[in-house]
Design a binder for this molecule. Structure first.
Ligand SMILES: Cc1cc2nc3c(=O)[nH]c(=O)nc-3n(C[C@H](O)[C@H](O)[C@H](O)COP(=O)(O)OP(=O)(O)OC[C@H]3O[C@@H](n4cnc5c(N)ncnc54)[C@H](O)[C@@H]3O)c2cc1C
Length: 381
C-alpha cells in the first residue's frame, strides 16, 4: 500500500492550493454577501485545469485519475468550499455525459464544462421528496425527435446561475418506479424554464432554488443513457460526487484546525499560552485523528473508482461521516477561539453555516447508512 504522491500529483495539488490561497481564501467571507459565483473565478479554474480534470484530454479535461481529481478539489475547497461546488458538479455531470451521452453531445458540451464556460447543476429532487429519489413526477413525453418536459425540480444548487442541468424525468409510468426514469441534459436558456431562489442559512454564492419546466422541448440526442435507465445508469455517478463532497467538507475542517493550532500557541490565559492545557489540545488531537480517518475513507473511495472497482459503500461512508465531522470540528475550533470565534470577524460561523448543508445535499446521513447497511443485509422490505 502506497500513501505517497508522485511529483506530478504533488505539483498539481500545489498549484491548486496556490490558487485557493491567493485567489479564493482572501475573499471567502466577503463572498458571503454575494449571491453568485464570480464567473472570472470559474474561468480561471477552467484555464488552470481544475474543473473535471478526470475527463479525457480529447474532450478538454486532463485525463487524470479520480483520486488526483479529488485531491485538486480538496485543495480548492480549502480556499472556498462554495467555489468547489463548480468542479464537484462538473465532475459528477461530465462523467455521466462521457459515459452515457451520445458522441455528438459529449463533443459539444464537455469542453465547455471543463473550460468553465458552462456551469452545470443536477436536477433530481422534487417537491414531494428527495430521499426517495426514484419518486419522480417531472414528465418527459416524446414528440417525434423531441421530448416535452413538464414539472418542477426543487432544492437545486446553482439553479439560478447554471447554464446546463442534468434533469431526471419520468418517461415511463409511476408504477415502473426507478425503471421508468430517463435523464436529459437541458440548456437552461430553453423556452419554458423559470427559476426561484431560496433564502438559505449558508452557501450564499451557490444558492438553491426551484426550476420549473413548462413545455420545454429537448431534442432526443440530449437524453443521457437509455430510455428508462436514467436512474440505474446515470445515478451511479453519485458515488464519485459523494467522495468529492467528503473531501470538500474535510478541507473546511483542515483549515479550521490549522488556524486553531496556531491560535492556541499565541493566545495566553492565566499567564500561559492556551496550548499548555490538555483540555484545549486533546479535543484538537481527537479531531486530527478523526479527520485523518474520514479523509482516508474518501481517498479509498476515489482510489477504488480509479481502479474501476465498486466504491458505493465507501462513498456512502464518506458522504455521511465527513460533512458531520467537518461541522463538529469547526464548532470545536470556533469555541477554542472564544468570543472572537462567535463573531463574523472570523470565518468559523460562516464555515459552520456553509458546511451544514452538505449533511443534507446529495443524500442525508440516514440514506447513506441505508446504502451501507444494504451491503450487509441486502434490501429488506
Ligand atoms: C445544501 C443543499 C444542496 C442541495 N443540492 C441539490 C442539488 O443540487 N440537486 C438536487 O437534486 N437536490 C439537491 N438538494 C436536495 C437534497 O438532495 C435533498 O434535500 C435530500 O436528498 C433529502 O431530501 P428531502 O429534503 O426531500 O428530505 P426527505 O426525503 O423528506 O427526508 C426528511 C428526513 O427524513 C429522513 N428520512 C427519509 N426517509 C427515511 C428513511 N426511510 N429512514 C430514515 N430516515 C429517513 C431524511 O434523512 C431526512 O432527515 C440539496 C439540498 C441541500 C440542503
Amino acid at each position: 500500500m502506497d500513501f505517497g504522491l508522485t511529483d506530478f500529483q504533488q505539483s498539481l495539488i500545489d498549484s491548486a492550493r496556490r490558487f485557493a490561497n491567493d485567489k479564493l481564501a482572501p475573499g471567502y467571507q466577503a463572498r458571503d454577501k454575494e449571491t453568485l459565483i464570480n464567473r472570472d473565478i470559474v474561468t480561471q479554474m477552467g484555464q488552470l485545469g481544475f474543473i473535471a480534470p478526470e475527463v479525457p484530454e480529447q474532450f478538454g479535461g486532463s485525463g487524470l485519475d479520480a483520486l488526483t481529481s479529488g485531491l485538486i478539489t480538496e485543495a480548492i475547497a480549502e480556499g472556498d468550499m462554495n467555489v468547489a461546488y463548480v468542479p464537484i458538479n462538473a465532475s459528477l455531470i461530465a462523467n455521466c455525459i462521457v459515459n452515457h451521452g451520445q458522441a455528438e453531445v459529449v463533443e459539444e458540451i464537455i469542453p465547455r464544462m471543463c473550460s468553465g464556460e458552462a456551469v452545470a447543476c443536477i436536477g433530481l429532487t422534487e417537491p414531494q421528496g428527495g430521499s426517495d429519489a426514484a419518486n419522480i413526477a417531472l414528465k418527459a413525453t416524446q414528440d417525434g425527435d423531441y421530448y416535452i418536459l413538464n414539472g418542477e425540480k426543487t432544492s437545486i444548487s446553482l439553479a439560478e446561475q447554471c447554464d446546463i442541468c442534468l434533469v431526471f424525468t419520468r418517461t415511463g409510468t409511476r408504477e415502473e418506479q426507478a425503471h421508468g426514469i430517463s435523464a436529459f441534459l437541458v440548456d437552461m436558456k430553453n423556452e419554458g424554464i423559470t427559476c426561484t431562489r431560496f433564502d438559505d442559512l449558508g452557501e450564499k454564492i451557490v444558492g438553491r432554488g426551484s426550476i420549473f419546466f413548462d413545455d420545454v422541448r429537448i431534442h432526443k440526442k440530449y437524453r443521457i443513457g437509455d430510455e428508462g435507465k436514467g436512474f440505474v445508469q446515470v445515478m451511479q455517478g453519485f458515488d464519485f460526487s459523494r467522495a468529492l463532497i467528503g473531501l470538500q467538507c474535510l478541507a473546511v475542517a483542515r483549515k479550521s484546525l490549522d488556524e486553531t493550532w496556531a491560535f492556541i500557541q499565541q493566545r495566553t490565559t492565566f499567564g500561559k499560552v492556551l496550548a499548555v492545557n490538555q483540555g484545549i489540545t486533546f479535543p484538537l488531537a481527537e479531531a486530527e485523528t478523526q479527520l485523518e480517518g474520514a479523509r482516508l475513507v474518501c481517498l479509498k473511495a476515489l482510489w477504488l473508482k480509479a481502479q474501476g472497482r465498486d466504491h458505493t459503500k465507501e462513498a456512502a461512508m464518506a458522504k455521511w461521516w465527513a460533512p458531520k465531522l467537518a461541522f463538529d470540528i469547526t464548532q470545536q475550533c470556533l469555541l477554542t477561539h472564544g468570543h472572537g470565534g462567535y463573531s463574523n470577524e472570523l470565518p468559523f460561523e460562516q464555515r459552520l453555516r456553509d458546511v451544514l448543508g452538505m449533511q443534507i445535499g446529495d443524500g442525508t446521513a440516514q440514506i447513506m447508512k441505508m446504502v451501507i447497511a444494504r451491503r450487509y443485509v441486502g434490501k429488506l422490505t
